[in-house]
Design a protein around this ligand. Structure first.
Ligand code: CP
Ligand code: NVA
Length: 308
């Protein structure tokens, strides 16, 4: 069973293959006249379940559209409306869904839910975000960087803000794609030690630099994300804003990175909190390319999982 659970759980050559396929599919689709279906319909006759236990715009729409572009059909399910949200075990849900559908994508809270789903499903399972990681996003981000600037290997990527689930997948990608990753943020919001240890073991130790201005020196890519994630208690908001204000990505900070540096944010953003509108809409920003590339990257991930 080929699941896509995390970037560090898929072989590096397979990750590279996914990015290459995503790029090829994007080009092929953009070359077709608008309104014409793709010649390639690898998911014809297949059904994909998209389960959401948290809100989503990009993940939901890009998976749904991606499956349809490849000739398949989708079923979008909200966790709270399923028996899953009313006490049925994840293992039983996985076994039942596997009798109906060919692929399961799940966005959930606990990583344990994703892992239990993958353990008991007899169809591939894709991680659409948990409290700990967001691998599909970072596959799209690698694709986006390389479209604009060529190979990411050996480049300097700087994350400013909360050491959260999106950062975690960047840490995995640093190991698998071979780039240098610097984290700048307050100590209380440092990334999980497990991810730091993983990157170090892969020969890409993550640099921690508390001063954001020093951190971004020489950066090829500056990345941030919301200061309060969906799984964080709203009561943490004010404290986090106070802790993170100094790590806002603004034009002053971007001016210390390389002149041709890129700016990324997975979105949704809180404009003028973690990043200013000036940066988000400015010349370094590729935020909407990232959003588009979720579609292409996930199409390639689904094909990888289904061996198509
Ligand atoms: N970036 C991302 O995953 O966005 P959504 O929460 O809208 O899916
Ligand atoms: N860190 C954010 C990412 C949203 C796509 C969250 O988990 O809410």
């Amino acid at each position: 069973m080929t699941h896509f659970l995390d970037i560090h759980k898929t072989e590096a050559d397979q990750l590279r293959g996914i990015i290459d396929n995503a790029r090829a599919m994007k080009i092929a689709r953009n070359d077709r006249p608008k309104g014409m279906p793709d010649d390639d319909q690898p998911l014809a006759g297949r059904m994909v379940a998209l389960i959401f236990e948290k809100p989503s715009t990009r993940t939901r729409v890009s998976f749904d559209v991606g499956v349809r572009q490849m000739g398949g059909q989708t079923m979008v399910l909200s966790g709270s409306e399923m028996q899953l949200g009313h006490g049925e075990t994840i293992a039983d849900t996985a076994r039942v869904l596997s009798r109906y559908v060919d692929l399961i994508m799940i966005r959930t809270f606990e990583e344990a839910t994703l892992l239990e789903m993958a353990e008991h499903a007899t169809v591939p399972v894709i991680n659409g975000l948990t409290n700990r990681t967001h691998p599909c996003q970072i596959m799209a981000d690698i694709m986006t960087f390389e479209e604009h600037r060529g190979p990411i290997a050996g480049r300097k990527v700087v994350w400013s803000g909360d050491g959260n689930n999106v950062f975690a997948s960047f840490a995995h990608a640093a190991g698998q794609f071979g780039f240098d990753l610097t984290f700048t943020g307050p100590k209380t919001l440092d990334p999980e030690p497990e991810w730091m240890e993983y990157a170090a073991a892969m020969g890409r130790p993550i640099t921690i630099e508390r001063d954001p201005y020093k951190a971004v020196e020489g950066a090829d890519l500056v990345v941030t994300d919301t200061w309060v994630s969906m799984h964080d208690p709203q009561s943490a908001k004010e404290r986090r804003h106070n802790q993170l204000r100094g790590y806002q990505v603004n034009s002053d900070l971007m001016s210390r990175a390389k002149p041709d540096s890129l700016f990324m944010h997975c979105l949704p953003a809180h404009r003028d909190d973690e990043a200013t509108s000036e940066v988000m809409d400015g010349p370094h920003s590729v935020i909407f390319d990232e959003a588009e590339n979720r579609l292409h990257a996930q199409k390639a991930i689904m094909r990888h999982c289904l061996g198509l």
